[in-house]
Design a protein around this ligand. Sequence first.
Ligand code: SF4
Length: 359
Amino acid sequence: MRNFYSIPRHELEHRCREAGLPDVHASTLFKAAYKDLVNDPWNASSLPQKIRASVGSDLDIALPVAAKTLVSRYDHSVKFLFELRDGSLVESVLMPERRRITLCVSSQVGCRQACTFCHTGRMGLLRNMDAGEIVGQLIAANRWIANHPDWLAALSLPRLQRVTNVVFMGMGEPLDNVESVADAIAIMTDPLGSGLALRRISVSTAGHLDGLAQMVERHPDVRLAISLHSPFDAERSKIMPINRRWPLAEVLNFLRDAPTQLNHGILIQYTMIRGVNDSMRHAEELVRITAGLKVKVNLIPLNEIDPSRFASPTANAIDSFRDHLHQSGLRVMVRYSKGQDIAAACGQLVTENASASGQ
Ligand code: SF4
């Protein structure tokens, strides 16, 4: 059975017309589901009683169920362990900041890309999530916010009643599941639904070129984040096997031509790992290969999961790396992951049918 939350509004409109009903009912359903967050949008008061039977008899309205919810005592980030319809478990993290509330969503149960420093990579791919399961994380998180005014008050964010930004940086490589992710983005950005601006949605990829081409075609203005992690092909291939299929130079060339690059630039994510990619040699090469691209670099000190294999960089290494990028004219920030006390940081998300996640 398909899920209501995986259906774009134009398809609901088509279903209404086929059933001999005015297609404006689709707008009412969208408002009830995504703006008013009601449990059963088919029961919205202005809809005819027969609408569910004639338009949505083949659709269920189940959302991911939060099997566990953990709130960080340090930064108020919230980790949800969501159970999907088949019992699979995935995680999402709410990350409040001064003027926004970002939700990091999962797009796959597991991941096939096998990056060596990432727990999700060790699980392999169990299955792709459908658009409804992806959108469902946003609805469930918005309902949680609506039911926790104390959380907003503690953050002095009373005017933000909803998630303001979505990042596809949870479990999975989003562009390995590009159709569902692109469908989910279309639903999330529908002005009659959640109404998120496309510029507030970031899709993070390890460098999946086929998926990038499809994503840019469907959503040319979506923000892109590239998990780069090493500027040297041979070294990158060792920690990110995807680099053997799509080498860095090909990915960067693609980005040079992509329309999104012209509008707002590309986010480069660079997880710093001690002794692996944190030297000045790496910093200098990173500057060289990104020349001519409009990029911003996020340096993310590794969250140690298995310190015997991969360790966090020293404070000195982080400072030197950042300073070199900055002095070379790159926009750069050091991003310390949120929710460290609830294991919500990049690369730490752990589920029981799995291990962990992070781009
Ligand atoms: S870092 Fe991203 S692409 Fe690589 S294995 Fe982990 S989830 Fe997959």
